[in-house]
Design a protein around this ligand. Structure first.
Ligand code: SF4
Length: 98
């Protein structure tokens, strides 16, 4: 019987492929709403792919190409902070496992 090798989470995530939509981000942040609600740091903490980052000017950066489309940010963002939809035309993450 063949032994299955699972590897670590980073190793498994590294097997994914990404078809990035270079013309349009599928994630937009209302920076004023994020600052007013404190949601920016919540997004930084909750995203497993480190899509969100706090910039030196206090705004929240979005590295949308790394998105795993898990929906965690949508679950925690207060109304009006985040605009999120799936990437256009089948682009985005292509899972190799799981
Ligand atoms: S959907 Fe998941 S991976 Fe994508 S930005 Fe939101 S929390 Fe991060």
């Amino acid at each position: 019987m063949k032994k299955i090798q699972f590897g670590t989470v980073p190793e498994r995530l590294d097997r994914n492929r990404y078809e990035t939509d270079v013309e349009q981000s599928h994630i937009q942040i209302d920076q004023q709403a994020a600052a007013a609600t404190g949601a920016g740091l919540l997004l930084v903490r909750v995203c497993p792919a480190h899509v969100y980052s706090q910039q030196s000017d206090g705004t929240i950066g979005v590295l949308y190409a790394a998105c795993l489309e898990c929906g965690s940010c949508l679950a925690v963002a207060p109304p009006g902070v985040l605009s999120w939809h799936y990437p256009r035309g089948g682009r985005g993450v292509i899972f190799r496992e799981g």
